[in-house]
Design a protein around this ligand. Structure first.
Ligand code: SAM
Length: 239
C-alpha cells in the first residue's frame, strides 16, 4: 500500500476524527505562524502542500494569505472546502511531487503535519525543496513540520494509542526498516454492536532535523526558527 492508496482506502475517512478538535488544532497552527511573524508581506500568496482537512490552510487564510491548498486526497480536500467558506482558499487536487500542477508565484510555502515523511525517498525531499525554492522570491519563506523518526522504538513501545471513544479505537504500530518506518493504522470500529477491525499501512521516511536543515541550506534557505512541539519538528526558513 502506498501513501496515496492508504489515505484513499483507509485513513482519510477518519483523519479529521483522529486529529481531534479542529478549532483547537487550527488555532495552535495559527498561533505558531503569527508568533513567528508568518504574516503576509509580499504578494500574499501561500501554497500549502499536503493540506489535508485544512489546519494550516485555514490558519493562513485567517492571517490574510490567499492559499492554494494542495493534496492528492479528494475526501480531505472536500472537508477543507466545507470549512473554507468565505476564506480565500483554492483547493488543488495534485500530487505534491508534480510541481508544475501547482506552481505559482508565492511568498510562502508550507508542508506541515508530517506530510514530508510521506514522500518516497530522501532524494525526492531534497529535489522538491530545490523546486520549491525556485517558486519563491528572495525573502520568501518555507515552513516545514515533520516527525523525526530516526530513533527506533522497540517491543511494546511500537504500539501507539492515538485516539479512542465509544465507537472507534485507533492505534498505530511501527515497524522499522533502514531509512523508513512502516506505519500500521489499526482502526477498531463499532458496527451493529460488534467491534470490526480494519488495518492498513504505509511507509514514512526517517529524517532528522539536521538533514532537512542541510537540504534547506543547499536550496538557498536560511533557517530562522526551529521548534519541537509535541514531538514534531517545526522549521521556518527564509530564502
Ligand atoms: C499527515 S497529513 C497532514 C495534513 C495537514 N497538513 C495537517 O497538519 O493536518 C498528510 C497529508 O498529506 C497528503 N499527502 C501525502 N503525500 C502527498 C503527495 N505526494 N501529494 C499530495 N498530498 C500528499 C495526504 O493526503 C494528507 O492529507
Amino acid at each position: 500500500m502506498n501513501a496515496q492508496s492508504h489515505y484513499e482506502n483507509h485513513l482519510a475517512a477518519f483523519y479529521a476524527w483522529m486529529s481531534g478538535n479542529f478549532e483547537t488544532k487550527q488555532q495552535e497552527q495559527q498561533d505558531w505562524f503569527s508568533g513567528h511573524g508568518v504574516l503576509p508581506r509580499g504578494n500574499k500568496v501561500a501554497i500549502d502542500l499536503g493540506a489535508g482537512h485544512g489546519l494550516q490552510s485555514v490558519s493562513l487564510a485567517r492571517l490574510g494569505f490567499s492559499v492554494f491548498a494542495v493534496d492528492f486526497n479528494q475526501h480531505l480536500l472536500s472537508e477543507l472546502n466545507a470549512r473554507a467558506k468565505g476564506l480565500p482558499i483554492r483547493t488543488v487536487l495534485a500530487d505534491l511531487k508534480n510541481v508544475p500542477q501547482y506552481a505559482t508565484e508565492a511568498e510562502l510555502i508550507t508542508c506541515m503535519g508530517d506530510t514530508l515523511t510521506h514522500l518516497d525517498s530522501i532524494e525526492t525531499v531534497r529535489n522538491l525543496i530545490q523546486q520549491w525554492s525556485a517558486l519563491l522570491p528572495a525573502g520568501g519563506r518555507i515552513a516545514l513540520s515533520f516527525r523525526d523518526l530516526t530513533e527506533e522504538l522497540f517491543g511494546e513501545q511500537r504500539f501507539i494509542p492515538i485516539k479512542a471513544d465509544d465507537q472507534r479505537i485507533h492505534t498505530c504500530f511501527l515497524e522499522y526498516g533502514p531509512g523508513f518506518v512502516r506505519v500500521y493504522d489499526q482502526l477498531l470500529e463499532k458496527q451493529n454492536g460488534e467491534w470490526v477491525q480494519k488495518v492498513s499501512s504505509y511507509r514514512k521516511l526517517r529524517m532528522g532535523a539536521d538533514l532537512v536543515k542541510e537540504m534547506l541550506a543547499d536550496a538557498g534557505f536560511r533557517v530562522v526558527q526551529h521548534d519541537v512541539i509535541a514531538r514534531m519538528q517545526y522549521l521556518l526558513a527564509e530564502k
